[in-house]
Design a protein around this ligand. Structure first.
Ligand SMILES: Nc1nc2c(ncn2[C@@H]2O[C@H](COP(=O)(O)OP(=O)(O)OP(=O)(O)O)[C@@H](O)[C@H]2O)c(=O)[nH]1
Ligand SMILES: [Zn+2]
Length: 354
């Protein structure tokens, strides 16, 4: 395997030279668990830890390595390494951390394409697809929508779902496939290429791990099938993992229940380009687009130029973004006050010494 097959690029190599990191090894984080990492190099998979300094200078979790990151490492023992620095990321896929106000969670980094997987039987939900599109568009990740398990519905039902999708989402490739009959797998294969990084996104049980197994051609990932011999119930993916295949680098993800929107102005602007464009053209500067006569948005909803459900979804995500931004501001204020308090305490201590 070459570094390029692992996703290495000329930009990364330039960075390495610029920062005089040539004496270090270079590898990619393929697994992360509680600040312990597996880093893949062209010859080995190493268990890696952060260099103390790196943890110390990190301002937040975002500065620490995540799955998909390129890192400079030094090996100190058989199979063991220290991570010295994280290379700049060309994309960061992130969402709102579940249950935490104003905090983000990195899903993975250095992704080229996001495969948004939904199964057509129970999981199909255009609002949720728009959410995934928004987090991809926020960081210039090209999205592809994958509708799985099409063997479970009739052809005309699939056509209905596709019509629903096409009404709301323009300009995004949609691939319908079945892991069972293998219909559509060739199409997805034709869209993937070696050296590019793909992240599979979607709810639990939609078939992400099965798609990877089918692409790799072997049972690499455990899937949701109940194992008869051990009968331990269903397997679900519990961690992110990066797999290298002839169809590129594939990142499997645990199923996500929530895809909270963070400060992703650009993500919303790209996903809902017509809405955003129209609101710019609305003749009222302070329009709430709710009941104003002559409002461009309301007119477009009326005429069907923009889909009413899509517009509702956009507004919901806008509100989320707003709350996220304001909770960040709140935290910053708190942190500042906390900083002041610490300073005062230190001052006081100094004072007490004399
Ligand atoms: N009928 C049908 N079943 C499928 C298809 N793809 C996957 N399945 C089944 O759906 C179940 C879940 O598949 P997984 O691949 O484990 O789903 P996942 O998205 O990886 O789920 P998590 O790991 O929990 O996130 C398994 O029993 C698969 O065999 C398909 O195209 N058709
Ligand atoms: Zn308006």
């Amino acid at each position: 395997m070459t570094l390029e097959e692992l996703g290495y690029t000329a930009e990364l190599e330039n960075f390495r030279k610029e920062k005089n990191l040539e004496s270090f090894g270079v590898g990619r984080v393929i697994l992360e668990h509680k600040e312990r990492f597996i880093v893949k190099t062209i010859i080995a998979e190493l268990e890696a830890e952060l260099l103390g300094n790196l943890r110390f200078t990190a301002n937040c979790k975002k500065d620490l390595p995540a799955v998909g990151d390129w890192v400079a490492i030094s090996e100190y023992d058989e199979g063991k390494a220290l991570i010295h620095s994280v290379f700049p990321r060309h994309s960061i896929l992130q969402r709102k951390a579940v249950g935490k106000q104003g905090e983000t969670q990195i899903i993975a980094t250095n992704i080229d394409v996001g495969l948004i997987v939904q199964s057509v039987n129970r999981d199909f939900n255009v609002n949720r697809i728009e959410r995934y599109l928004t987090i991809c568009n926020a960081t210039k990740i090209e999205p592809i929508i994958v509708l799985s398990k099409i063997d479970l519905i009739e052809k005309h039902e699939l056509e209905q779902l596709l019509a629903q999708l096409n009404k709301r989402i323009k300009g995004v490739l949609i691939v319908a496939l079945s892991n069972q009959s293998k219909i559509g797998l060739d199409k997805i294969k034709s869209k993937l290429s070696k050296g590019k990084t793909y992240c599979l996104l979607g709810s639990s049980g939609v078939g992400k791990s099965t798609i990877i197994n089918n692409l790799v051609g072997k049972q690499l990932m455990n899937t949701g099938e109940i194992s008869k011999s051990i009968d331990r119930g269903k397997h679900i993916t519990t961690h992110r993992e990066l797999i290298i295949s002839e169809y590129g680098i594939l990142i499997d993800n645990p199923g996500m229940r929530e895809v909270g929107i963070i400060n992703s102005d650009e993500g919303l602007a790209i996903t809902f380009d017509t809405v955003v464009e129209l609101s710019r053209n609305c003749k009222f500067n302070d329009c709430t687009h709710t009941n104003e006569k002559g409002c461009a948005i309301l007119k477009a909803v009326d005429s069907g130029e923009i889909d009413a459900a899509s517009y509702d979804n956009f507004q919901k995500m806008e509100r989320e973004k707003y709350f996220f931004d304001s909770s960040i501001a709140e935290r910053k204020k708190k942190d500042k006050n906390f900083g002041k308090m610490i300073k005062n305490v230190k001052k006081q201590r100094k004072f007490d010494k004399f």
